[in-house]
Ligand binder design. Structure first.
Ligand code: GLU
Length: 360
């Protein structure tokens, strides 16, 4: 009946809140009803929902001004309860249980936390509970934050091996120009071969969320490269979710077609770890050519010209060329002191084994 059986849906603050910044309960009720319809027809759904900060802001009226970090902590602490309370009530009406998963960047940076988190969401899905994921905005502040919930939804979709990720925003998709100009249309399909999209994308961000179209596109391409279909669509359109999931969907949206190349789960984890890289291995031209060939090769000491930064064994490091071009990331087999002594040597163990290597 539906073209996907296992999906992650990201709902942005701009879909969930009205012009006044308050939660739009009617919109929420409609989206929950749509998700319920999918759920009752056997589709497994993970919901990544923003709206905590926005709902907290609508709830509290502060007498004195507090700084941006503290107000985000305060609003999210109050707003997340309110948000989940609403979801709980709405899903209950459809006889569905939901549960809260709060996470942060840190939870994706060590394999153990990553697997714990994965297990939690999996057991929820197995027991027909809808996981509702958000960033723990009370403690994830400044550099500990995800870029936005688009990034988070990409991480969740990859971690949970979803078939599709649907990012709902308040516009119809990625436009081929300025949406205000006549003749501008939504790009219906973006493939891995479409290299530079930045010229089409509007940088204007939504008023209540953090994400913009550029981050959405970058995340979407990365996730599609890992074999997941990514759809960007308008969450304010009536019945959008069931319409998108119809075998021949005619509702306007942008699809990022997935790559068919199989990627192991360790590699997927590493792919999303570049934000946590502790240092870099600088490689020569020969090593670059080898790594970028179709062969499955590891990064050997001979290909490394220098080592930057300090890291421990099993940390994630970047692989860059002498020109500073980033090639990929990987889990390094020794610490930075040892890597420095090995760099340039013939023979010896790989500094990054193929299984722990992710090339961009
Ligand atoms: N986690 C934030 C919230 O729930 C939203 C972040 C975003 O808009 O991307 O309010």
């Amino acid at each position: 009946m539906y073209r996907f059986k296992r999906i992650a849906i990201k709902i942005g603050s701009n879909v969930l809140t009205g012009k006044d910044g308050m939660l739009d309960k009617e919109r929420m009720a409609s989206l929950v009803a749509q998700i319920a319809q999918l759920h009752h027809n056997g589709v497994e759904v993970i919901l990544v929902s923003s709206g905590a900060v926005a709902s907290g802001r609508g709830e509290l009226h502060l007498d004195k001004k507090i700084d941006a970090v503290k107000s985000r902590q305060l609003f999210s602490a109050v707003g997340q309860v309110k948000l989940l309370n609403n979801y709980y009530e709405l899903f209950s009406k459809h006889g569905i249980s939901c549960g809260q998963v709060l996470t942060m960047k840190e939870c994706f940076s060590t394999r153990r936390l990553y697997l714990n988190q994965k297990q939690c969401i999996e057991v929820m899905l197995e027991n027909k509970v809808i996981p509702i994921v958000n960033e723990n905005d009370t403690v994830a502040v400044t550099e500990l934050m995800f870029t936005d919930n688009d990034e988070l939804s990409g991480l969740i979709a990859t971690m949970m091996d979803m078939e599709a990720l649907i990012i709902l925003s308040n516009i119809d998709g990625i436009y081929n120009g300025n949406p205000a100009d006549e003749g501008t249309t939504v790009i219906r399909e973006i493939t891995a071969a479409d290299k530079d999209l930045s010229k089409f994308i509007q940088t204007k961000k939504s008023s209540f969320g953090r994400g913009g179209m550029i981050t959405k596109t970058n995340i979407a391409r990365k996730v599609a490269k890992e074999g997941i279909t990514v759809i960007i669509a308008n969450g304010t359109r009536e019945n959008i979710l069931p319409d998108l999931l119809k075998p021949q969907s005619d509702v306007i949206h942008t699809t990022f077609t997935p790559s068919t190349k199989e990627i192991s789960s360790v590699k997927k984890w590493i792919a999303h770890s570049d934000g946590y890289a502790k240092g870099s291995l600088v490689i020569n031209e020969k090593a670059k050519a080898k790594l970028l060939s179709e062969e499955a090769v590891s990064l050997l000491p001979i290909g490394v010209v220098s080592v930057e930064g300090e890291f421990e064994k099993d940390d994630i490091v970047k692989i860059v060329t002498t020109e500073g071009e980033s090639i990929g990331v990987g889990k390094v087999s020794c610490d930075s002191t040892k890597a420095r002594t090995l760099a340039g040597n013939k023979g010896g163990r790989a500094l990054i084994h193929y299984d722990y290597l992710y090339l961009e």
